[in-house]
Design a protein around this ligand. Sequence first.
Ligand code: NI
Length: 189
Amino acid sequence: MAVLKILRMGHPLLRMRSEKVDDPASNEVKRLVSNMISTLNRAKGAGLAAPQVGVLKRVVIFRVPKERIKEERNSNIVDLTVLVNPKIKILTKKKEMGWEGCLSVPGLRGIVSRFYSVRYSGYTTDGKKIIREARGFHARVVQHECDHLDGVLYPMRMKDMSSLSFTDQLDPEASDLVQARLDTAGSIR
Ligand code: NI
């Protein structure tokens, strides 16, 4: 297992569309996923997509950590999940604002609108199919990671750049207020 270099915003590979994987259970994919897990653990992130380590294949990994459950109602802990060739189906039109960060955009946070409830599917590296329904942060992290496979980074999804902030400058109480303001603005639109 190896910790890989994470590409940062501006690298051309992050803007490209990734290719479908022919055999999710191949040794090549298993090796990639194992290295991605080491890389995610080292970076202490919630998710990572293959293009972030310079591999244009449709592979994502993510988890919903305990810390996010306190912030999000209607959410459960989700252990590290590997999805090869993921697909997302939107279950309701309802969207929700929430803070996001990205290992390819280090040090920053921004508020992004995402679909609240989705059904997603994909394959494990054993070739088994996973189908799950997700809400809240769980749905958000899946949408964020799958965006990477189409060359989309979260700042490209932000409707209002005024929330874009350096994490170390954010006051937790003030960030709740910013989110509340944007939630209100979102419902008017
Ligand atoms: Ni990201």
